[in-house]
Design a protein around this ligand. Sequence first.
Ligand SMILES: Cc1cc2nc3c(=O)[nH]c(=O)nc-3n(C[C@H](O)[C@H](O)[C@H](O)COP(=O)(O)OP(=O)(O)OC[C@H]3O[C@@H](n4cnc5c(N)ncnc54)[C@H](O)[C@@H]3O)c2cc1C
Length: 481
Amino acid sequence: MRGIVWLRRDLRLNDQPALTAACEACSEVIPLFVFDEPLLQSHVFGSACVSFMLGCLEDVAASLARRGVTLQWRRGEPAEEIVRAARAWKADAVYWNRDYEPGAIERDRAVQQRLGRIGVVVRTFKDHVVFETEEIRSATGGPMQRYSAYRARWWTKWRAVKPIALPVPRLLTAKKAASLPLPPPLPSASDLGYEPVALPIEPGERSAQKRLRQFVAGPIHTYIMGRNLPAVDGSSILSPHFRFGTLSARAAVHAALASLTQGRRVSRPDVFTWIDELVWRDFFQQILAAFPHVVDRPFRQLPTPAPRAPGAERDRLYQAWCMGKTGFPIVDAGMRQLNQTGWMHNRVRMIVASFLIKDLRIDWQSGERYFMQRLIDADVAANNGNWQWCASTGTDSMPGHRVFNPLLQSRKFDPEGVYIRSHVPELATVQTDHIHAPHLMTHEEQVLVGCHIGVDYPSPIVDHRQAREEYLALVKQRGLR
Ligand SMILES: Cc1cc2nc3c(=O)[nH]c(=O)nc-3n(C[C@H](O)[C@H](O)[C@H](O)COP(=O)(O)OP(=O)(O)OC[C@H]3O[C@@H](n4cnc5c(N)ncnc54)[C@H](O)[C@@H]3O)c2cc1C
């Protein structure tokens, strides 16, 4: 029996259910990746995300090659390419791990039907999440909509099921390799129409495992404090790996729990708080699967405060936000980090999102799209869920009346301005007293540090206090909470 394993967001060999099942059932296994041409042309994702994916593909291709198996690849419309490959290679079955994005669900259904018509069997597997929507239901049997309740059930389920993480399939050897012509080398980012970029995070399964080992050996045990400090190595920085499946969430939970019995300075609250972030990840995946309307509309259809500015003025404010030229150093540092590296720290993601939505009163979907185009870990479920959380339109959202104060956030989470200085070079010489609000420097102080506000660095594009009051008045007027 000949089986194709269609690799998608699962670019690894460890704990790979589709690959393991194919190795067990088939005498010949053909791993295949399809570059989705319509998706690539849409530029929904940006160069950082595409470059990271290519790095992961190179890595998984090398790991397969070491076992005598070749990664095949094609480029085109995925449904067409899979059916064409199944026909050309006379495959009996196609194996894949499930994807919960509405477009992917539709695509997979179409592929399954077309393969069925030519007599090719399809086997699909849970992989991307620890628990799928159907596995964790509310008391009435529907999908869960509150994170806190979901979290409690997630943990009950974990203890009951104890999901296992599979090893690399033992049977994955040269004996499984089908004799097919070798594919050309994998394309580069430029071949795909994207700019090659220097990645801030090393792609591939081995790098993911190395980082996981480092993280659970140290930073995870101070995560509650460390995760909020953008200048500190306090969070795992594994999100692009979870996004492309170079690391499985199951394996990560096991590693985190195991760290409680291994180190000398262990902290249960920190470890469980970190795992709860993976629960958030599952939560947003199941929200997307159960409520696909969130892709185009708010989860909760609420009256939204009117935009602050129309037409050209709105565009000016939006451009200032995108370029990191708002005059609010913590916002600008975050946006510049995003633009330059494809990465932004979670605390800063929340600050810049609140600023866009509540200070500038620009629709959250514009921010969501911009993040998708820039983030290395761009993921529909997590990005949409978090933007809706910040916009107070989501499931368990931030209350509508809560507006982050960029100055207080900056003082609290980047007290010395280390993060700001590393991303906003024109503020490098500004003293810590003024780093969070450089526009408050006197003329003499500006001359002294060589940073002229309005010339070298912008004045604030809005008055935060006034913007907050206006926003809250609109929230009250529209009966929002
Ligand atoms: C406006 C906004 C947009 C976001 N867009 C994305 C996105 O496109 N892709 C993405 O992966 N994350 C997104 N996040 C969530 C979060 O910022 C990142 O997952 C986190 O910064 C990744 O860093 P880390 O790997 O060090 O996370 P850690 O703190 O180490 O957490 C471990 C893992 O848990 C998951 N996780 C953590 N926080 C969240 C969260 N709030 N929601 C869902 N999963 C989470 C991630 O997979 C992460 O790698 C967004 C957050 C905000 C506020």
